[in-house]
Design a protein around this ligand. Sequence first.
Ligand code: KG4
Ligand code: ZN
Length: 388
Amino acid sequence: MFCNLGMVKVYLRKTITYIMIIFSLETSCDETACAIVKYEKGVFSILSNVVSSQVKLHSRWGGVVPNLAAREHLKNILPVIEKSLRQSKIDFKKIDLISVTNGSGLIPALLIGTSAAKTLSYLWKKPLLGIHHIEGHIYANFIGNKKPLHLPGGEINRKWEKFPILCLIVSGGHTQLVLMKKHLDYKIIGQTLDDAVGEAFDKVARILNLGYPGGPVIAACAAKVQNSKFKIQNSVKLPRPMINSKDFNFSFSGLKTAVLYLTKKNKKMLSDKKFVNEVCYEFQQAVIDVLIAKTVKATKNYHPKTILLGGGVSANLELRRQLKKVIKKKFPKIIYHMPNIRYCGDNAAMIAIATFWRWKHKKNQVSFKQKIKNNWKKLETDANLKLK
Ligand code: KG4
Ligand code: ZN
């Protein structure tokens, strides 16, 4: 009988679809997180996404205390895993792949997640993959916006998959401009020389006695000035560090120090809510001005087809709004995308999506398959893991 093998191959390629269930953990900072994500026929379903935040614990100290974070992760990791499995209604036997953030982050915190993931990989006899935290923040953009993602059926968002992609990563530990020529190919073209932008938000909030984390509370105070019926008085002026430097790097520690000197000069003013709100407004705007200026400069230099935002600070509504506006005006042909607000901060769903891409692009390499099988004994944790 005549059989056209070529046609059969094409037919098979079209009809064979795989289902993949990924179980991910994230404990790099002060969130204990576990997610179970299903991939089927081009659709990601976030079956569960449990995040246990330690914000209250660390707010006493005005920042994350690594050893306290580790102790809290240890207490929470099993209940978080159990809740995630329960919510997903998935039997562990159905899981195809386990992944965990193995860097960068706080080493005592990372060790809890990686130890749990290695133990489960050994017990459940599942392959294990280590994922870079920032890779997770970038791939959070793949989680679609349209459907409620706590329900199965959150669609995969491939709209931004046009390379080269320029990513602006803004979190508590990182401020980076990353260029991607293809999936999983990262070149850091600029980064902070001192404080990360989220760190600056947190430290300025501490100076202003606003508590921890600083980002949301500074944004809320700034919004009061913006929404005020009265004209902004502009009584507070802060610098825009490195805004005109020729490179794509950032610096935020000087800006933080400028706020410190300002409040030292006006100690009594710290109890004046209006003054504090104006400092917040001006600080936030200084940060946004620098982030936008550097993103525009990098865009002119590297000509990306897509610009992505990511990291905890990408939850900042003013940054989201102003960056979008500038890109639309200056580069109308470039696709701009930012993660759904609920996936901006640390979570394990973003780690699962990055895992899928890593697995998809490497699954046919024998060495990769062997490596992920043995990772339960070999996976290493690295606080300063490089994005490669
Ligand atoms: O990515 P993330 O959750 O953790 C790290 O990887 O560091 O980022 C946390 C940072 C904190 O510094 C927090 O103050 C900041 O994100 N953040 C914000 C906002 N929400 C969280 N910064 C500015 N505006 C916000 N709305
Ligand atoms: Zn993060």
